[in-house]
Design a protein around this ligand. Structure first.
Ligand SMILES: Cc1cc2nc3c(=O)[nH]c(=O)nc-3n(C[C@H](O)[C@H](O)[C@H](O)COP(=O)(O)OP(=O)(O)OC[C@H]3O[C@@H](n4cnc5c(N)ncnc54)[C@H](O)[C@@H]3O)c2cc1C
Length: 533
């Protein structure tokens, strides 16, 4: 039997972040991870002899600069480089859009002079709002509490603090914020832009990890969620962690260990121990017991409460509600080993565009059809694929002259219709994804030397991402902010004493941010100091 102050379930990047902060404050912390490696959805693995790539998450921007600096991630080996171009959207008619510093305006103007002005206005609008929301990312959202007591007073102050942050927005900007939280990205983009590729640039962000049409209400928020990020101080930019996303979590694990955290891999949690109304530790799959004052979970909240915490220990209404937690982001992920770089008909040859996120989804109606198809058939006949070739920025991933690419494909059904299983359709859909890229870059399929495929079912089995949900729960209004994971529990505290949430199922949600881990650690330390001084 082990005994410690804190046991953290899961060594994803949030579990590791939380562990590092808690240990830094002097608590004894043990992290137990079901997989053989740390990192959760942010890992790098060899998937074909000599070829390594980020297995799931594949690109960095949302990782919070405070977390990077507090954990000294650079000293622990993390280096993030910028893409030389941000996004490349080819179309079958031979046109394309290429964005990035010093390129966006001219490229948009070639498609639509009107949109060249409009994109600057819209980017400014998004940026102003993202800037204010960034200030809310590293604080617990106002939490609803019943009755009047110290908790109510604390939350009143928290709500005032939050309101104060929002007051930085003018009235007109607050109206835009309301639009972004509630409206569809499609409607907002149709109002502002003419060119399909320009709309598709923003529309893609609205459907990443969001199994919905870009015309679904609320999809504008997902677009905003993807605008929070920055790389090396440059806002709204996406970059690459040298060595793949695993370099982030390896650096975090290094930082955590340097502060005294014990990390045990191959140690899945079978059950959370509950004694009367408080948690007291965990039982591992091998029967070992780890007793702890605090249990902190970084796994999907539905997984925690429907599989790990005994049902009889939970308030009935809480359990009923968490069972309705919506998972299922409709994503299909592949890695391919490439003998040669692709050449796109819309912009042939090599160049900076091959360092960009290459989005194959040339219009909002294309994305909408992909969603309609997936609803009816299980996947789309013309799927949405983002291709990223990190080996154009990082020569540690593939043998010289060869490359690796991530394919992040949106709009496959989390569960296939008519009782079909992903196990029987994985390869067929992988072939379709490759054929889709091949349409825009003939010869791509022939250059594939090896591949790794993760259907939604594989993501669930491998990483514990229920329904393959990349965010640990949809980013819909009823599952955001004070309602993540449930009204009354947005303060990282679970419904049992000494149980906390530090994963993406807590505010501010999914993505490799480190924010839920950071915020949870601060709440735990406050509670600990209140009890023990
Ligand atoms: C395919 C895909 C692509 C993505 N792309 C990006 C991207 O490019 N950029 C970005 O910022 N974000 C991306 N995301 C989202 C991002 O990766 C996740 O939101 C984030 O990594 C989740 O981190 P976490 O620490 O909250 O949880 P996780 O990384 O899910 O970590 C939870 C950990 O708990 C472990 N675990 C589960 N059950 C148990 C148990 N019973 N006992 C012990 N351990 C357990 C898991 O193995 C896992 O290691 C992507 C996600 C996926 C899946």
């Amino acid at each position: 039997m082990n005994e410690t102050d804190v046991v953290i379930i899961g060594a994803g990047h949030n579990g590791l972040t939380c562990a590092a902060y808690l240990a830094h404050a002097g608590l004894r912390v043990k992290v137990v991870e079901r997989r053989k490696v740390v990192g959760g959805a942010a890992v790098t693995e060899e998937f074909h002899p000599g070829f390594r790539n980020s297995v799931a998450a594949y690109t960095v921007s949302l990782l919070n600069p405070k977390v990077i600096s507090d954990l000294n991630l650079a000293e622990h080996g993390l280096k993030i480089v910028e893409r030389r171009a941000q996004n490349f959207l080819p179309a079958l008619d031979g046109s394309h859009l290429l964005t990035g510093e010093g390129r966006t305006r001219a490229s948009v103007a070639r498609l639509s002079p009107h949109d060249a002005d409009a994109i600057e206005d819209f980017s400014r609008e998004l940026e102003t709002i993202a800037d204010v929301l960034r200030a809310l990312v590293l604080r617990a959202p106002p939490n609803l509490v019943e009755g009047f007591g110290p908790g109510a007073i604390r939350e009143t102050f928290n709500a005032l603090g939050t309101a104060n942050v929002l007051r930085r927005l003018s009235l007109e900007q607050q109206r835009s914020l309301l639009d972004l939280f509630t409206r569809s990205a499609g409607e907002m983009l149709d109002e502002r832009f003419e060119a399909d590729l320009v709309k598709a640039l923003f529309g893609f962000d609205a459907i990443v990890g969001n199994y919905a049409s870009p015309y679904a209400a609320g999809s504008a928020y997902v677009m905003l969620h993807h605008a929070f990020g920055e790389v090396n101080g440059r806002k709204g930019v996406w970059g690459h962690a040298v060595g793949g996303m695993g370099a982030i979590t390896q650096a975090m694990a290094g930082a955590a260990r340097a502060r005294g955290v014990e990390i045990e891999t191959g140690a899945g949690v079978r059950e959370v121990i509950v004694e009367r109304d408080r948690v007291a530790g965990v039982v591992l799959d091998n029967g070992a017991i780890v007793r702890a004052k605090y249990v902190v979970s970084s796994v999907n909240p539905k997984l925690l409460y429907t599989r790990l915490v005994p049902a009889q220990a939970l308030p009935t209404e809480f359990l009923a509600r968490i069972r309705t937690w919506r998972n299922g982001s409709g994503t299909f992920r592949m890695n391919v080993a490439l003998g040669a770089l692709p050449s796109f008909t819309a912009l042939p040859g090599t160049g900076d565009h091959l360092t960009a996120g290459i989005i194959i989804a040339p219009s909002l109606p294309y994305m909408d059809r992909a969603w309609q198809d997936a609803r009816a058939l299980g996947w789309s006949r013309e799927p949405v694929v983002e291709l990223l070739i990190p080996s154009t920025l990082d020569d540690t991933l593939a043998p010289a002259g060869r490359h690796v690419a991530s394919l992040f494909c949106q709009h496959v059904a989390p569960q296939l219709p008519d009782g079909k299983s992903w196990d029987d359709h994985r390869d067929e859909v992988a072939d379709l994804m490759i054929a889709t890229v091949d349409k825009y870059a003939p010869g791509f399929a022939a250059s594939v030397l090896g591949r790794q495929i993760l259907s939604p079912l594989d993501l669930e089995r491998e990483f514990g991402l229920l329904g393959g949900d990349i965010f640990h729960g949809a980013l819909t209004l009823n599952q955001l902010f004070s309602a993540r994971p449930m009204l009354g529990h947005a303060d990282y505290r679970g419904p049992l004493k000494n149980l906390y949430h530090c994963g993406s199922g807590a505010h501010p949600g999914g993505g490799v941010t480190g924010a839920p881990g950071h915020n949870a650690a601060h709440v735990i330390l406050r509670d600990h100091r209140a009890l023990f001084g």
